[in-house]
Write a protein that binds this ligand. Structure first.
Ligand code: DGY
Length: 331
């Protein structure tokens, strides 16, 4: 607020919690720039309500809440806040991996319910991580930060990229990925520079291979037409019955009804979720399943990270309004 006040006049939404639609529509009427949160639906109606808008600075790495095509058409710059939240999100992903695979939340509830009446050889058995395969879907900044942490847990890493998702049904693309794998196995394949991580040899695989081979499947792709319901009932049928699904990206990437079915019928071992398909609503049955760990979208919620995200959004907005190229322009 201090930095913004040095630069421009500020109007702050006064609604408690998520800003209401009417407050948003009337609030943008006379502004040059908007600092929005991922819970604000910035569609063409909002952009039309603010004819002077020159920049929408979204506080978040994801910007699926902004209608990019409308912004482009109206010449409005859109920015996001990548990098500063990479480590916080990767840390929370590991928090979910450990909580789900070692039943930490369930065990805590067990103790609080007064049920702990002594150590038992067979009590609360989970899945060990050492030697298991971590499958990372989406190998951008956050996916790679999650991979780096796998070294400490002695896991191997397999991953697939946005291209492997977009060309999932293209046999030519898939055979190229597989021939690279064969070359790597033979020790002659070049490891993609961006995949290189000390102490690890992450292996690029097709999406279907990843689903079949991984013990932990973790999602790090943005929400787009190609990733909506990327994980559906067919995916759960491919996964190992002992595998865990972790989602700290966007809820709509998973078909939540199919996930509930998979958890209820033990098609997979469990899930760790920070995001939901119709957030903040959660499929009621999910709340009853103790093989799911559920968090309220707190991937980037550390004090340090939230301050860094806010400052970055402010810098992006100020740069755009001053006619300079903002650091994190997405359109
Ligand atoms: C993002 O930045 O997109 C997260 O979901 C919120 O931090």
């Amino acid at each position: 607020m201090k930095r913004l006040a040095e630069f421009c006049e500020i109007e702050v939404g006064t609604d408690k919690g998520i800003l209401g639609r009417q407050a948003l529509l009337s609030g943008v009427r006379e502004v040059d720039g908007l600092i929005s949160l991922i819970t604000d639906n910035i569609d063409s109606e909002v952009m039309e309500a603010g004819p002077g808008l020159r920049v929408i600075a979204n506080v978040g790495v994801g910007y699926n809440n902004v209608d990019i095509a409308s912004a482009q058409q109206k010449g409005i710059l859109v920015t996001n806040t990548p990098d500063v939240l990479t480590d916080a999100t990767a840390d929370l992903t590991w928090g979910l991996i450990l909580s789900a695979s070692r039943r930490i939340v369930e065990a805590d509830a067990f103790v609080r319910a007064g049920k702990f009446d002594g150590w038992d050889l067979n009590m609360m058995l989970g899945m060990g991580l050492t030697g298991k395969a971590l499958g990372i879907i989406g190998y951008g900044r956050i996916g790679r930060a999650v991979a780096r942490r796998a070294v400490g847990f002695g896991m191997s890493v397999i991953y697939c990229t946005r291209d492997d998702i977009a060309f999932r049904d293209d046999p030519q693309h898939n055979s190229l990925v597989m021939s690279r794998q064969a070359a790597m196995r033979a020790g002659s394949g070049p490891l993609n520079q961006s995949a290189r991580i000390d102490g690890l040899s992450p292996k690029r695989v097709t999406l279907d291979q990843l689903l079949e081979w991984a013990d932990i499947v973790t999602l790090h792709v943005p929400l787009a037409a190609t990733t909506q319901h990327l994980i559906d009932s067919a995916s759960f049928n491919r996964m190992k019955p002992t595998a865990y699904l972790i989602n700290t990206s966007r809820g709509q990437i998973v078909d939540e009804a199919a996930l509930v079915d998979a958890l209820k019928n033990h098609k997979i071992g469990g899930a760790g979720l920070d995001v939901y398909e119709k957030e903040p609503q959660i499929t009621p049955e999910l709340l009853t399943l103790n093989n799911a760990v559920l968090l309220p979208h707190i991937g980037s919620a550390t004090r340090e990270t939230r301050i860094a995200m806010a400052l970055l959004a402010v810098e992006n907005a100020c740069d755009a309004l001053a006619g300079r190229a903002p650091r994190n322009q997405v359109s």
